[in-house]
Design a protein around this ligand. Structure first.
Ligand code: PAF
Length: 283
């Protein structure tokens, strides 16, 4: 597995990397878990060559403390990627990724301010900007993102559509622990009691889906109230948001479902914010 630690090393190697056939990119911020490895496996299955990037992107963190606390374990990450048969890793020096006077941003103006974007202003602008930089640097044919970060996936798909970026975006289903908790690097920051309580997110999504199956006419408002009530049964959790939106546009919905909807949860286990999502369809 090749390791490129500078943009210029990557640029030099790129013609060879691209000559090997289709190139798949798995962008990550490191501290890899099973969810990332599922992205690597999906890329391995769909592309001739696979490159992963490991870069903790400062522009998508609102809080410097959150950035400093973000877990890192590069040696382990590299060993895991090697074991998955990844061909190359781009691991840029944190200081070299952005020009010191960088002033150009990429923003999906409507999507970036909705939902999670309203809770974390600037987050999706940071994601769209760094992903654009990675696409420009690596020029992948396909790029792989988890469906768990549903809004991020929509932001990236929208950006690629709007800016005619020549890359295919592949969404990979959420990987879960046996108790249902969606895998995330943030999970290691939960204390044991919080970790035991955190599957309440997945359980409330499953409950919403079975309510809808039992009565497809259940209005969105009633579904939302049921989910909030279920989350509130877990005293360690603090619900930040429960949103039921049009799955394709994230537009608001009301009344019985006529279109596929996505249920998006943001629940805090102080100080860690967990998210989860599920797409539900009318009968
Ligand atoms: O999902 C992530 O890990 C990050 O948001 C990404 C896409 C690697 C951009 O920094």
């Amino acid at each position: 597995m090749e390791l490129y630690e500078t943009k210029s090393a990557l640029r030099t190697a790129l013609p060879d990397l691209r000559a090997g056939g289709t190139l798949g990119l798995v962008p990550t911020m490191g501290y890899l878990h099973e969810g990332h490895l599922a992205l690597a496996r999906a890329a391995r299955a769909a592309c001739d060559r696979v490159i992963a990037s490991i870069y903790v992107n400062p522009t998508q963190f609102g809080d410097a403390e959150d950035l400093a606390k973000y877990p890192r374990d590069t040696d382990r990450d590299l060993a895991l990627l090697r074991a998955e048969g990844v061909d190359a890793v781009f691991l840029p020096d944190p200081e070299s990724m952005y020009h010191p006077q960088a002033q150009t941003i990429v923003e999906t103006t409507d999507l970036a301010g909705r939902l999670m974007g309203a809770l974390r202003p600037g987050h999706f602008r940071g994601v769209a900007t760094v992903v654009t930089k990675l696409f420009n640097l690596i020029q992948p044919d396909r790029a792989f993102f988890g469906e768990k970060d549903y809004q991020q996936l929509l932001v990236i798909r929208t950006m690629v559509r709007d800016l005619d970026m020549p890359v295919e975006i592949i969404g990979v289903p959420t990987q879960r622990a046996p108790d249902g908790l969606a895998l995330s690097s943030r999970n290691v920051r939960l204390n044991p009691a919080q970790r035991a309580a955190a599957p309440v997110l997945a359980a409330s999504l499953a409950r919403a889906e079975s309510l809808l199956r039992a009565d497809p006419q259940t209005p969105v408002e009633a579904l939302q109230a049921e989910i909030e009530a279920h989350l509130a049964t877990e005293p360690l959790s603090c619900t930040e948001s429960v949103d039921i939106q049009d799955a394709a546009t994230l537009a608001d919905l009301s009344g019985p479902l006529a279109l596929p909807a996505v249920i998006l949860l943001a629940v805090r286990f102080e100080p860690v914010l967990l998210i989860d999502q599920r797409v539900v369809s009318p009968a």
